[in-house]
Design a protein around this ligand. Structure first.
Ligand SMILES: [Zn+2]
Length: 203
């Protein structure tokens, strides 16, 4: 859905357009304020993004953080990327859609480090620009909860397969106390989407 050419996103869902990346409010609003930064170019994950795109990524993320502080009073958003394409996979095995890099953010406190560190190996890093160097050629999850940044990679081949098929939204929804919102098909969150776009415009 993050390939803009597929027209899955309505124009009003694209909140900011940079040179290489854009910020959007997708469907599947787990909570109001679910935002995503993605490249125009079709790359599978942030580990494959050209290095010169990262300053713009940081600027878009700063806009998100300041929006969350003003609109929701949240100082430490949850920012994550599922680097499912990190090991070279290009399509989602279960549903067949192309994997497209997108950095997700939620104005929500949920200790996602706990389940991830139980299942995968944590590697610290200072920000998204280090993902490629730290993940190597592995599928990964990047997580920044405002307190701690880490990449999670597999400990073994089974973990690697799990990371390539992982869906974090159900995990986050369960941690946040509303497991029924874990899938955008089950919970599109269209009311929250309209509210997010409206608040962004006013901010
Ligand atoms: Zn794409």
């Amino acid at each position: 859905m993050y390939c803009l050419g597929t027209r899955q996103l309505r124009d009003e869902q694209v909140l900011l357009r940079g040179d290489d990346l854009y910020l959007c409010a997708p469907r599947g609003q787990l909570v109001e304020g679910y935002l995503v930064v993605a490249p125009y170019r079709c790359v599978g994950c942030l580990a494959q993004l050209p290095p010169d795109c990262f300053p713009e990524l940081a600027r878009l993320l700063a806009a998100v953080t300041s929006f969350y502080a003003r609109a929701y009073g949240i100082a430490h958003p949850l920012v994550y990327e599922q680097g499912r394409a990190g090991g070279g996979r290009t399509i989602d095995e279960e549903r067949g859609f192309p994997l497209h890099a997108h950095l997700c953010s939620l104005p929500l406190a949920a200790d996602l480090h706990v389940p991830l560190s139980a299942a995968y190996q944590a590697r610290p890093l200072s920000g998204p620009h280090e993902i490629a160097a730290v993940a190597g050629r592995e599928p990964y999850v990047y997580l920044d909860d405002g307190q701690r940044r880490a990449i999670y990679v597999a400990r073994d081949p089974a973990g690697r397969r799990a990371l390539e098929g992982l869906r974090l939204k159900p995990v986050i929804a369960a941690l946040a106390g509303f497991p029924e919102r874990g899938s955008w098909r089950a919970y599109p969150g269209d009311r929250e989407l309209a509210a997010t776009i409206e608040k962004w415009r006013r901010a």
